[in-house]
Design a binder for this molecule. Structure first.
Ligand code: GLV
Ligand code: MN
Ligand code: MN
Length: 416
C-alpha cells in the first residue's frame, strides 16, 4: 500500500531552527552571506541530511547544490523545487531557508511514503541569491539559465574577498557532492518563499500564488568633488560631493515614491572617500535599487535619477558618473505552472490570492528556461531583510504542504 505523502510539520520546524543557528546573530536573525564559512556550513548540513536519506547530491561550477530523488522515468528531466540558503548581513531566518528546507521536507515526505513520481525531483539551493556580499544577486540561477559568467571572475565582494576564490573554496568544502556542468534541461521549477511584504498578513490569506516578478535595476552613483580641510574651507571654496549626494537623494525620495505608489527607490549603501572626519570628501559613492512592475516606468525613473544626480552635482561644482550595475527585467510565470500551484492550493481548500512579487527571486531567471511558479506565505508585519523577520509555524507548514502537492502534480504530468 502506498501512503499519501504528508509534510512532517515538526521536522520542518526543527530544521528551520537548526539552520537558523548557522550564522545566528544576537538579535535573532542570521548572517550567512553567500559563500561564507556559514553558508558552507549550511550547505554541508543539507548535503549530509540528504546523503543520510539516500538521495544523490550534486553541485555545479557556481556551487548550486542539487539533491536528487529518482522518478519512474529516468529519461525525463527533473522537476526542481527549492530556493537559497544565503542571507543578508542582518537577514532573517526564513528568507530563502523556508523554501529550501520545505523543498527538502517535500522530498523526504515522498521518500517516507515511498511515493513514485514520473519525473525525478531535485531540491536546489541556488548560490548567492541576495547579492549583498557579491553583486549581482541571483548569480546561481542566472548562470543556470545561461548567463555569460566570464566577467564574474573579477568580482570582489563588499569585504574584499574574491568571488572566484570563495567559489572554489565552497565547492572544495563539499567533496561528497558529484560535480555537474552548469545548466541542464529541467521539466519545471517551483519555489516557496515568504512574501517579504504585508499584503497576505493584512488580508489574512495563508497563501499567495505568484504570477509575476517586478523588474529591478541597480545603479551606482559616483559624485566627484574636491577634498579639502573641514575647518578652513569656507562655503564659497567648497566642492563637497556629500552635499550634492544628500540633495540628490532628498529630491528623489520626495519625488519618486510619493508620486507613484508602485515605485520603489532605495539607497542602501553609501561611502565617502577618503572617509575622514575632518576632510571634505573627494568622492561619494552610493547605490540605488529601483523597482517597478512596468518596464517603461523603470526606464523613466532611471532617467530621472540620472538627471537629478547630475543637476545636484553641477550645482555644487561637482560631477556625477552613474553606472547601471544590474538590470533584472520582470517576468510573468508560466500559466500552466501557476495553474498547477493554484490547483494544489484548491485541493487543500486554502484561501489564496494571485499576486506579483515585489522582491526578485531565483525563479525569475529559471522561468526563462522552464515553466516556473512561486508560492508565497505571510510574514509578520511584512518584515524581511531584517533580523526580526518571522513566519508563523502554521504558515510555514501550510506553504510546505502546497509545495509538496504542487510538486507531486508537476512531477507526474503526462505532457512531457
Ligand atoms: C531579493 O533579495 C531582493 O532584493 O528582491
Ligand atoms: Mn529570498
Ligand atoms: Mn532576500
Amino acid at each position: 500500500m502506498t501512503l499519501q505523502p504528508e509534510i512532517d510539520g515538526e521536522r520542518l520546524l526543527r530544521r528551520l531552527d537548526a539552520f537558523a543557528r548557522i550564522g545566528a546573530t544576537p538579535a535573532g536573525g542570521v548572517n550567512r552571506q553567500a559563500l561564507s564559512v556559514e553558508d558552507r556550513s549550511a550547505r554541508r548540513l543539507l548535503a549530509e541530511l540528504a546523503l543520510e536519506r539516500g538521495f544523490t547530491v550534486f553541485q555545479d561550477g557556481l556551487a548550486n547544490l542539487f539533491i536528487r530523488r529518482e522518478g519512474s522515468d529516468a529519461a525525463l528531466p527533473p522537476l526542481l523545487i527549492g530556493s537559497h540558503l544565503d542571507s543578508q548581513p542582518t537577514g532573517g531566518r526564513f528568507d530563502g531557508a523556508l523554501g529550501t528546507l520545505s523543498a527538502f521536507e517535500a522530498l523526504e515526505a515522498l521518500e517516507d511514503a515511498k511515493a513514485q513520481t514520473r519525473m525525478p525531483v531535485e531540491v536546489v539551493a541556488w548560490t548567492n541569491e541576495e547579492g549583498s556580499r557579491f553583486a549581482p544577486g541571483v548569480m546561481g540561477s542566472m548562470a543556470f539559465a545561461g548567463a555569460d559568467t566570464a566577467a564574474w571572475k573579477l568580482i570582489v565582494g563588499s569585504d574584499g574577498a574574491s568571488l572566484a576564490e570563495e567559489l572554489d573554496a565552497t565547492i572544495a568544502a563539499l567533496p561528497e557532492a558529484a560535480q555537474r556542468p552548469i545548466g541542464m534541461p529541467i521539466s519545471g521549477y517551483i519555489e516557496l518563499h515568504i512574501e517579504q511584504g504585508p499584503s497576505l498578513e493584512k488580508e489574512r490569506m495563508p497563501i499567495g500564488v505568484v504570477t509575476a516578478v517586478q523588474g529591478t535595476r541597480w545603479l551606482e552613483v559616483c559624485i566627484q568633488g574636491s577634498a579639502g580641510h573641514a575647518g578652513t574651507t569656507g562655503l564659497a571654496y567648497r566642492r563637497d560631493p556629500m552635499v550634492a549626494a544628500v540633495a540628490a537623494m532628498h529630491r528623489l525620495q520626495a519625488a519618486i515614491m510619493p508620486l507613484d505608489a508602485d515605485a520603489r527607490l532605495t539607497v542602501g549603501r553609501i561611502a565617502a572617500q577618503p572617509g575622514s572626519i575632518n576632510a571634505i570628501p573627494q568622492s561619494v559613492i552610493f547605490t540605488v535599487d529601483l523597482r517597478h512592475p512596468q518596464p517603461e516606468r523603470l526606464d523613466a525613473i532611471e532617467a530621472e535619477v540620472r538627471q537629478v544626480c547630475r543637476a545636484e552635482a553641477e550645482a555644487r561644482n561637482c560631477t556625477a558618473a552613474i553606472a547601471r550595475s544590474f538590470d533584472m527585467p520582470g517576468a510573468a510565470f508560466s500559466p500552466d505552472m501557476i495553474d498547477v500551484v493554484e490547483e494544489a492550493v484548491n485541493s487543500l481548500r486554502l484561501p489564496h490570492k494571485r499576486m506579483i512579487s515585489g522582491a526578485f527571486h531565483d525563479a525569475l531567471f529559471i522561468a526563462r528556461v522552464a515553466p516556473a511558479a512561486m508560492i508565497f506565505v505571510p510574514c509578520r508585519d511584512g518584515l524581511s531583510h531584517n533580523e526580526a523577520e518571522y513566519v508563523e509555524p502554521a504558515h510555514a507548514i501550510t506553504g510546505a504542504r502546497v509545495l509538496l502537492q504542487a510538486a507531486i502534480v508537476a512531477a507526474s504530468a503526462k505532457n512531457n
